[in-house]
Design a protein around this ligand. Sequence first.
Ligand SMILES: N[C@@H](CCC(=O)N[C@@H](CS)C(=O)NCC(=O)O)C(=O)O
Length: 253
Amino acid sequence: MTPGTTSPKAKPQPSSGSSGSKSAKTRSKPKYTLTYFDTIGHAQATRYMFALAGVDFDDRRVSEAEWRRIQRTVPLEQLPVLEVEGMGALHQSVCIDRFVAKQLGFYGKTDVEAAQIDQIHTTIAEAGRLVMPFVQNMFATSPSDVQPVAVGLDTEEGVEKLRTHLPRYLNFLNSQVVANETVNGQDAEGVYFVGTSLSLADIYWACAWEIATELDTENTLLEDYPKLFNLAKRVSKLPAIQEYKRQHAEDHP
Ligand SMILES: N[C@@H](CCC(=O)N[C@@H](CS)C(=O)NCC(=O)O)C(=O)O
């Protein structure tokens, strides 16, 4: 897989909210191939955008054995990688997210909205780096996998530690929802992070919430942030996302 050198020719697809209606017979080869492990994580927001837009994509989930075979062929030896027909391959999940958001209409209506979406996306990614060691420790299968933070979110001590570090991120994210609600109000569905429609910011937040909820099952970290909680839950419950999770037997919230 090599980085692309030509401009993408892809046209935005209509956002139908369904997960694709073409029959197997008429379906042509998908234009996008997203390669990642068989888990949620760095690829999930991209997967959800395809599902929400009803755009068929090759959702390539590699096993550990396959990964060992292809690892050296992949930039930075990391997944996810998105291959786009006629363009080549992209890596770095935030870049993949933003590219797909632009292609599928989840990137705001103006440059200002796009910048606000980037700001939220980057903030959530940064907060995620704070949370990830706790997540990894929950799933560590050997002592050598245990991260230096030493305690997982399954302990009171772990939750306390996060409580001291997360608020500045959560306060910022909350302020964005409150500000947007003040300017744009709520539609029948509720409020979004930016503007008046669902964007990458909301989808990425829902993914972060789903991962955190695996560990913080009672959502104690969000108890002071009902607007953030409601937004994440609302997006996570969208029919196209629920259907995608059902197809992949992903039983997180
Ligand atoms: N900055 C990268 C990080 C990606 C990353 O850390 N990927 C992990 C899986 S979540 C990986 O491929 N690890 C290589 C391995 O497990 O051998 C991105 O956002 O795409």
